[in-house]
Design a protein around this ligand. Structure first.
Ligand SMILES: [Zn+2]
Length: 597
């Protein structure tokens, strides 16, 4: 997958423009700088500029990692000191790290793209600030992830945002949000990204956004997964790294706060809340893959050049930090992968979701003064932020505890007909084997009751909620059944896909919806004729029915409900409705018996 772009005509045009206009040659200034920091380049201009920069330097290589829904190539630039531009060149890392940086997953939030282009140009120009940055680091940079959304370009895409003059659109051409798609992987862009991620297995990941929300002094906020969803060694490392970055950025005059939400929307005095990011989000997903991820949220109300500069600085400092701590980070990542694949990992309850403990600490918040006004037109209250800085002490609700936990099995079994679920394992780089012949196995599973589907679509789905009852039974799994051994580094990802109670489980997203459908029914003239015989053969039923009628007058007045009461008690009634077809094996011996190892 090392396609070069065919951008020659565009490059020629842009070159001609530069020759005629007498502007500096491409590679010296970015399109954003050339516009005096007012605009951000379109897709083709971005790619042609990067293509030219890469052509001018042995440090850079531009390729594509896939294709969008509308057929655009997904660009990625690799920066490596020794010209090792393929993922395969980095299987042995020995004291070096790979950092994946991505911009424009929300294509209207373009500061990461412009920051990254400047950073790459500075690497090529060997500026003092970037000197030595690639000594221990290979940078993999995705300038525009949501390429189709990026080309829905206009001045009216982000009403809350202060520049650039025009920008891309938040979601993809299919109106779906890539930053909700990391686990369910519906979109071709995400499937390609997961391939890129699995190819490179970067040691550190950065995702660059611009936030919405209240006003405050910080030009930039950040999130790291430090509350229990990532390997403990990496979590401790991420905490140290985050604290160091906050200090370094403050010294640059760019104070940085954790990305938090207010307990009450837009009301800073209500206190700050820090949460665990679920696996649908970028840094929540990489945490499950045993890789620390940094979410950057530059502040939408700050001028565009401030946002670009804040993002550039934080990426620059992060690359420097990752390089300076390369051996340490590499060691922790390797240990985390090994631990997730160990039997010991499966001995602890695995948290699928978290809730706040309600405990708080004091946080010195660099806010701005504001007044609450009442609108004469709408009658609503709103906050008018001022440009007066105001530092306040706020309660920071930053501790969580596991909410739903599960005992991890040794393996999952997915019957071969559940192809969407199986293809998702492939997208995530999860290894599995298939049964060569049918096998009858005692498994643990679930029976779901009381399903409810969300009425309005969410990310192209109608997610389902349900109650789960544990179910232990013997099942025959056909040949071709997928056996997912948990003895692998992506064990956390597997659990989130296949444990139904997970916030982004495939069951909740609707990939198993058909199990909830009852497909056979009984005719009234059939069951009515059977009822006298059934009552005769089952002497206790008459009293039970009388009790059920007494307990529920609605039932007593509904002939069909009474007919179903009998139908449910016959062997004709399908008791597989609502039964999860995925089985769990808790015995290592059973797994060995199936697939060896
Ligand atoms: Zn965003």
């Amino acid at each position: 997958m090392d396609k070069r772009f065919a951008w020659a005509p565009v490059v020629a045009l842009v070159l001609a423009f530069h020759l005629v206009s007498g502007m500096p040659a491409i590679g010296q200034v970015t399109p954003y700088e050339e516009s005096e920091k007012r605009t951000t380049p379109r897709y083709e201009e971005t790619v042609s500029w990067l293509s030219d920069l890469a052509a001018s330097s042995s440090l850079l290589h531009l390729t594509s990692f896939g294709t969008s829904s509308q057929g655009r190539e997904l660009p990625v630039v690799v920066a490596d000191r020794d010209g090792r531009f393929r993922a395969a060149d980095h299987t042995e890392r020995e004291g070096r790290v790979v950092v994946l940086v991505e911009a424009c997953i929300h294509a209207g939030e373009s500061c990461g793209k412009d920051a990254g282009m400047i950073l790459l140009r500075d690497l090529v120009a060997d500026t003092p600030e970037s000197r030595g940055l690639l000594d221990q680091v290979t940078l993999v940079f995705v300038p525009i992830f949501n390429v189709d959304g990026h080309e829905r370009f206009g001045a009216y895409n982000r009403i809350n945002q202060n520049g650039p003059e025009e920008m891309g659109w938040r979601v993809t051409a299919r109106n779906q949000n890539l930053n909700r798609d990391f686990l369910k992987a519906d979109l071709p862009e995400m499937q390609a990204w997961l391939g890129l991620f699995d190819d490179w297995r970067p040691d550190f990941f950065i995702d660059i956004h611009s936030t919405d929300g209240a006003d405050y002094q910080y030009p930039i906020t950040y999130a790291l997964e430090t509350r229990g969803n990532m390997d403990p060694g990496l979590t401790a490392w991420a905490k140290t790294y985050g604290a160091a970055m906050a200090e370094i950025m403050a010294a640059d005059g760019l104070p940085m706060a954790p990305y938090v939400s207010f307990r009450k929307w837009h009301d800073p005095t209500s206190g700050l809340v820090g949460n665990v990011a679920g696996p649908r989000f970028s840094q929540g997903y990489t945490a499950l893959q045993n890789r620390p991820g940094l979410l950057i949220e530059t502040h939408m109300l700050k001028p565009y050049p401030v946002r670009v500069e804040s993002a550039r600085k934080l990426v620059l400092h992060t690359l420097r930090w990752c390089g300076d701590h390369a051996a340490q980070l590499r060691g922790l990542v390797t240990a985390a992968d090994a631990h997730a694949a160990s039997a010991e990992f499966r001995t602890n309850p695995f948290p699928l979701s978290f809730i706040s403990t309600g405990d708080s600490t004091e946080f010195e918040f660099l806010g701005v003064a504001y007044e609450t006004e009442t609108s004469a037109v709408t009658g609503g209250q709103w906050i008018r932020f001022s440009d007066v800085n105001q530092t306040t002490k706020l309660s920071y609700f930053n501790t969580v505890r596991p909410d739903v936990t599960v005992d991890l099995p040794e393996a999952y079994l997915i019957p071969p007909e559940w192809t969407e679920a199986i293809s998702r394992l492939e997208y995530h780089g999860i290894k599995f084997a298939r049964l060569a012949s049918p096998a009858e196995l005692e498994v643990q599973s679930w029976r779901f009751t009381d399903p409810h589907w969300r009425e309005r679509p969410y990310e192209g789905h109608h997610p389902v909620t349900f109650n789960s009852e544990p179910l232990a039974e013997k099942r025959v799994f056909p040949a071709g059944t997928v056996v997912v051994d948990m003895n692998q580094r992506a064990a956390r990802v597997i659990a989130h896909l296949l444990e139904p109670q997970g916030p982004d489980s495939l069951v909740k997203w609707g990939y198993f919806d058909s199990i909830f459908e009852r497909v056979e029914y009984v005719e009234s003239y059939v069951i009515e004729q059977m009822i006298p015989t059934l009552l005769a053969e089952n002497p206790t039923w008459a009293a039970e029915l009388a009790q059920a009628k007494a307990d529920n007058p609605e039932f007593a007045a509904d002939p069909w409900a009474i007919r179903y009461w009998f139908y449910e008690r016959t062997p004709y009634y399908d008791d597989r409705v609502g039964v999860y077809p995925v089985g769990r094996l808790y015995s290592r011996q059973q797994v060995r018996g199936l697939i060896g190892g």
